[in-house]
Design a protein around this ligand. Sequence first.
Ligand code: SAM
Length: 406
Amino acid sequence: MTLDCHHYDAFRCRSCTLLELPRERQLSDKEAHARRLVDSPVWLPTFAGDGAGFRNKAKMAVGGTAGSPTLGILDASYAGIDLRDCGLHSPGLTAALDVVGDFIARADLTPYDVAQRRGELKHVLLTESPDGELMLRLVMRSTATEARVRKHLPWLMAELPALRVVSLNVQPDHKAVLEGEREIVLTPESTLPMRLAGIELELPPRAFFQTNTAVAEALYAQAREWATDMVDRSAPARSGTSPVDHFRIWDLYCGIGGFARALAGPGRSVTGVDLTPGRSSESGRSSESGRSSESGRSSESGRSSESGRSSEVETAFVAADATQWALAQPEAPHLVVVNPPRRGIGPELAEWLESEGVQHVVYSSCNAESLARDLARMPSLRPVEARVLDMFPHTTHYEVIVLLSR
Ligand SMILES: C[S@@+](CC[C@H](N)C(=O)[O-])C[C@H]1O[C@@H](n2cnc3c(N)ncnc32)[C@H](O)[C@@H]1O
């Protein structure tokens, strides 16, 4: 089944490059592409998810005028095209974008005019949690309109009761980047709770979150299943080897810790590592979310009662470059999960995983080409099972997760 889109038909937006291809064909092409690049003996059934309403984040360029803004994309001459009714967004996002449009008019926020280099409001970034709560980020050229935004905020909060976090992101440069370094949180709450199947995460404004919640849940569940199997099979071998007989797991490129949380459990210690500190607000309440602070490391531990092995549950998060951090550790863990940006993990980390004797790696990738390059650098770690997950329907992009064992 394809998705009907009047913007695509009218050539206003052609971002969904595979829209004319039936979904079944999109999925089989993606799986064939992954199979060509990754030599796995087992391919688990592709996880599809919905083909419409699956995006939890709307990234909208703002055009038009303050009184009549467009939220969507800019055309070749930088004129705004309104895509508020984009069929990829969750229904909650679509409904909220209309209210955000009214707010822009009410607060008189002039859209940034790329051609003239004038105006203030560049992008509207809106995220919906699985519970239907919202985080709104207004990307501005400067803080010139901050007072007007604050003045009209009570109206917006009343119109959108699901709105939990509102922030102003400052992006002063005249260049095509989505957001800047500086974030001013305007609400008492500074993070959006993301309650997924079996795990709870806290999303700060500038942190990464997988754009398709159903696929994110499937991804974390897949990693959890593999890890549980590994822990069960390795328990007899590990018993008696150390007083605290933990199965040690690293979640490299952890973001807000989806894999780390999913893999935490009795008898396991998990360390998440990410370059970007999870919290970066200038004001608003600072709540401990289990993500690292700029100062380095945050950790939690708890006890649960499972007999036969250590019952400690340990989770720690570190703000660091994944490669530099891994290379500095005295001992390799039992399992390393990696979920890098599109460029992949690169030669240094791949060669370290190859040479340090790590027994298992779970590699989750949004770019099968860089994944294949990295796998070629660690020939001792062989694919055991792999799975394609359609994170980005109607485009050529997809997620692929691979279990590697020595
Ligand atoms: C594809 S996201 C994965 C996030 C996370 N695993 C999840 O499921 O939400 C990639 C993450 O890599 C982080 N990152 C980018 N370069 C890094 C580096 N050199 N070292 C550590 N983390 C890095 C980004 O901040 C981002 O959170």
